[in-house]
Design a protein around this ligand. Structure first.
Ligand SMILES: Cc1cc2nc3c(=O)[nH]c(=O)nc-3n(C[C@H](O)[C@H](O)[C@H](O)COP(=O)(O)O)c2cc1C
Length: 177
């Protein structure tokens, strides 16, 4: 198995973190993986907020429990938030496509790189899809109109068990021609 495939198999959404704090340098490595991610026209339509101050981590956790989901976020030790930035596309391409056409996919790739690097660093991660954007903006002093890509919760996993992945069968989703 390749090193990358091993990482893909070990990366899983972590929904309970231990008390152990996350080292600043490990968060820097995670965000560096995000920075190195590929993007359409190399536009890099992202910026990152690394949340590591315990009081602010706690506020972001509270802002991310909409519909009473994700109560386990109270155990998160850090967050990385992927913000959407203006994409400057190649002039030829920008005649045909809106500037943000690739941005959502690019941010998804950056979020994936961050989560995979977190796994490589021994950290657990979980992308959070339900959150109160306005409250997070307020907590982090981000302009209210700013669009988010992803909120990623991080910490050391409380439980190291690697679950079996629940995925569609390869023959149902792949066609070789
Ligand atoms: C865009 C996105 C939003 C997600 N939102 C949540 C969430 O709010 N709460 C949660 O527990 N998991 C969330 N997840 C994790 C998914 O449930 C998880 O990736 C999926 O079930 C596959 O499991 P695995 O990540 O453990 O392989 C989210 C994942 C993505 C990519």
């Amino acid at each position: 198995m390749s090193i990358f495939m091993d990482l893909c198999k070990r990366r899983q959404s972590c929904r309970g973190f231990s008390e152990r704090p996350v080292e600043h340098d490990k968060l820097v490595q995670c965000v560096e993986a995000g920075r190195l991610t590929h993007s359409g026209c190399n536009a890099q339509p992202w910026s990152f907020v690394v949340v590591e101050t315990p009081e602010i981590v706690s506020r972001v956790a509270q802002c991310s429990q909409q519909l009473k989901q994700n109560a386990w976020l109270e155990t998160a030790k850090a967050f990385i938030i992927v913000l959407e930035e203006h994409a400057v596309l190649n002039p030829v391409i920008s005649c045909f496509l809106d500037s943000q056409y690739y941005a959502k996919g690019d941010m998804g790739a950056a979020a994936a790189y961050i989560c995979l690097e977190a796994t490589a660093q021994g950290l657990g991660s979980c992308i959070i899809g339900l959150y109160d954007r306005a409250k997070i903006c307020e907590a982090l002093n981000i302009p209210a109109e700013k669009q988010f890509g992803y909120v990623i919760a991080l910490g050391y996993p409380a439980n190291d068990t690697i679950r079996t992945k629940s995925r569609k069968a390869i023959e149902d989703i792949v066609r070789f021609v």
